[in-house]
Design a binder for this molecule. Structure first.
Ligand SMILES: Cc1cc2nc3c(=O)[nH]c(=O)nc-3n(C[C@H](O)[C@H](O)[C@H](O)COP(=O)(O)OP(=O)(O)OC[C@H]3O[C@@H](n4cnc5c(N)ncnc54)[C@H](O)[C@@H]3O)c2cc1C
Length: 468
């Protein structure tokens, strides 16, 4: 009898360097299966991520069809759904690439035990990172807490080569079971996602094009230009990495083999991603709890009016407002601006980083538990290898430095469009005649700053003093 293998998909919607799918395709007939499991936080992502997931399920289904395969869909508790599928299809094995969301990871361990005890062959693979997150450790076996040491250690390792692309598949004749992608109801009823639709092209081919366009046009300037939001020298690959539409190992080997000396800064960023997964594995509470315990005593103020102003991009600090509006419209925000808005929320407004992290998780299409938690803890000063708390970004000087001509602000805060460069970063300091000729009425067409930078900084440092 021919083997039938179910490949459980989560974060790996691709046919290149897809270890579970590749190994299954060598064994016999394959059932690529996506289960929307409401019991996992993975399925509880926000509407932007769900929209992105829908687009990519559709795209992956087409890709699989082009190699004689198809994608099956179901929903429910993973273990229950799998038991039903194994019974109905006679599957002899279940393979998956590991997912390191702490709840999914734990669930998968139980799943593996239970399936194995029923005589089902279980195989798991590394499909998301350069190396499994437990691999890079110090001599004494403890995890690295400092990124630079982690990076140096990882760079000494051999990164496994990508597995060959799956070129054709054999699927069993089981058309009758499962759901249609649209039955998962991932697309919001109100079509607010029009801008995202025009920016983000789903699927593996689009991801590859984006990667090669980045390598050809931006890699040279990445080191010096990646901090400037309107220069667009960053890759915008995070939405593709977050769903595994592109393989990080394939990117790594492509860059190494091309021997471009400019690649290393970009490789370093990819390694930050491995570092954040290592932190998540070793500190599974890090999405909720500060890694430095003293921060548990931090007195947050959590003012609701300030929170609303931040989420809506109406703080009166143009760079913060531009970032928050970019996020709302596109599901993405530039890295430097993520740091500025996160610092503003946690330090100027004293709103807990966990609340900001939740907002990001719900609105980003690249929402990634490991990267998001590390990013927020880093900015808030409570994370490993974090920016010290007392280093409080001045949003105006950050804006003057990284968006000198105000192009990024002009794009996302169009009501300030006509202000001269000198005042675009700080409209509240502009003389009345300049505001009038630019059509800006402070407090009406654009808000006055909701907090004063100097006093907010002083207040934040006083709060920090209490826990030092
Ligand atoms: C507060 C905050 C929240 C964040 N939330 C997320 C998130 O939910 N999902 C997410 O993917 N990234 C997150 N990041 C990290 C980073 O901002 C994004 O990965 C990056 O902006 C994505 O843009 P890009 O693909 O153009 O990056 P590039 O500069 O082109 O970098 C290439 C890739 O390297 C990885 N990378 C780059 N910077 C980082 C970093 N600081 N930490 C970890 N990996 C990195 C990403 O996978 C990225 O796609 C967050 C950062 C901060 C400060």
């Amino acid at each position: 009898m021919e083997n039938v293998i179910i490949v459980l998909l989560r974060q790996d919607f691709r046919i290149h360097d897809q270890p579970a799918l590749y190994q299954a395709s060598l064994q016999g007939k394959v059932i690529p299966l996506f289960i929307l499991d409401e019991h996992t936080p993975y399925a509880k992502k926000g509407e932007a991520s769900k929209w992105w997931l829908h687009q990519n399920l559709e795209a992956f289904h087409s890709t699989l069809k082009s190699i004689n395969g198809r994608l099956w869909i179901d929903k429910g508790k993973t273990q229950d759904v799998l038991t039903r599928w194994i019974k109905e299809t006679g599957a002899t094995g279940v393979y998956w690439n590991r997912n390191y969301d702490p709840n999914v990871y734990k669930m998968d361990k139980d799943l593996a035990l239970s399936l194995s005890s029923q005589g089902v062959e279980v195989k798991t693979f590394e499909g998301n990172l350069l190396l499994p997150p437990w691999k890079i450790r110090k001599e004494d076996g403890s995890p690295y807490k400092v990124y630079s040491a982690f990076y140096r250690r990882l760079r000494k390792e051999t990164i496994p080569k990508p597995v060959p692309q799956v070129k054709s598949m054999n699927v069993p004749d089981i058309k009758h079971i499962g759901l249609l992608i649209k039955e998962l109801c991932l697309i919001p009823e109100i079509p607010w996602y029009k801008v995202m639709d025009s920016i983000w092209e789903p699927g593996e081919k689009a991801a590859m094009r984006r990667f090669h366009r980045f390598v050809n046009n931006s890699l040279e300037q990445y080191h010096s230009g990646r901090d400037f939001p309107s220069d667009r020298h960053h890759s915008t690959l995070s939405p593709y990495l977050s769903l595994g539409i592109i393989s990080v190992r394939s990117m790594f080997h492509f860059l190494i083999e091309s021997e471009n000396t400019k690649s290393e800064t970009f490789i370093k960023q990819l390694i930050w991603r491995d570092f954040s997964y290592s932190i998540l594995l070793h500190f599974p509470n890090s999405p909720e709890k500060p890694l430095y315990e003293k921060f548990e005593r931090f007195q947050w103020e959590d003012d609701l009016v300030n929170w609303e102003s931040w989420t809506k991009g109406k703080t009166g600090y143009p760079i913060v407002d531009a970032g928050m509006r970019e996020l709302w419209a596109t599901g993405f925000m530039h890295n430097r601006v993520r740091m500025i808005v996160a610092s503003f929320l946690t330090k100027h407004l004293l709103i807990p980083w966990q609340k900001g992290a939740d907002w990001f998780f719900n609105t980003l299409i690249d929402a990634d538990l490991a990267n998001n938690s590390m990013g927020w803890q880093w900015v808030a000063g409570s994370g490993l290898d974090a920016s010290p708390y007392f280093r409080i970004f001045n949003p105006t000087t950050q804006s003057e430095k990284f968006d000198k001509q105000g192009q990024y602000i002009r794009r996302w805060v169009p009501e300030l469009n006509k202000l001269p460069n000198k005042y675009i970063h700080k409209p509240s300091e502009a003389p009345l005649e300049i505001l009038t000729s630019a059509g800006v009425v402070l407090g009406e067409s654009y808000p006055l700053p909701i907090v004063d930078h100097r006093s907010a900084r002083k207040r934040a440092l006083e709060h920090y003093d209490h826990i030092k």
